[in-house]
Design a protein around this ligand. Sequence first.
Ligand code: CA
Ligand code: CA
Ligand code: CA
Ligand code: CA
Length: 257
Amino acid sequence: PSYSLCSAGRSRKPAQDPDVGINSLQSYRLSPNPYFVLELKENPDGNKYAELVLEKPLDREKERSLHLILSSVDGGEPVKTGTVPIKINIIDANDNPPIFTEKIYKVSMRENLPKGTLVLQVKATDADEGTNAKITYSFSNIPQSAQQLFGLDASNGKITAKGILDFEEKNSYTIDVEARDEGSLTAHSKVQIEILDENDNAPEVTLTSVSSPIPEDSLPGTVIALIKARDRDDGGNGDVTCRIQDNLPFKIISSSN
Ligand SMILES: [Ca+2]
Ligand SMILES: [Ca+2]
Ligand SMILES: [Ca+2]
Ligand SMILES: [Ca+2]
């Protein structure tokens, strides 16, 4: 459906030409443009006027305003022309959803950082303007385990640690985030947070069995005790080596388990 735009009544007002007959107003012309055409109309009293009619959808994101020139031409010799500039301001419609800068945000952070540490900032842009481009961020799906640990600032998209992260407790989190403009158009993205290990656990040593006392004629190689050593950290932080004093008649042999 097309609709007509009257530029502040200008286009409806007949142009005045005091001449009569062939020298009076013959037609209107509009400067070439992709959006508007002129439709010439005539009042019952014979006065001609023009309607400015939109033919093609406008897009504020491409052009914020249009400058047209309306000319009225008489039929005299030489031809006389009157012109009037028409400025059309295009008002924004909320026709663009927000767009996140990443499909998936990935970040690695060390465990045990203080509360309030910035984890990551998500960001979405919106091609509209004003409230149609004003974005609010939220977690759209957050696992129970992460609810007490991460917070999101609705206005700037900053995700911070609300609690102390513990690699040994859980070493990765995936959270869904949403960006919403004030016209309720939305976008979604994911945040993957990997927790990096710190050496925050000492090895735990337990004696699982001990033979004591032992006979003096025990043969070398007799197993006296089984020792289990365990470290909850990862990689090198969790590798354990057992040693025993040099001046004792015992040695420690490690088994793979
Ligand atoms: Ca728009
Ligand atoms: Ca928008
Ligand atoms: Ca350790
Ligand atoms: Ca650790």
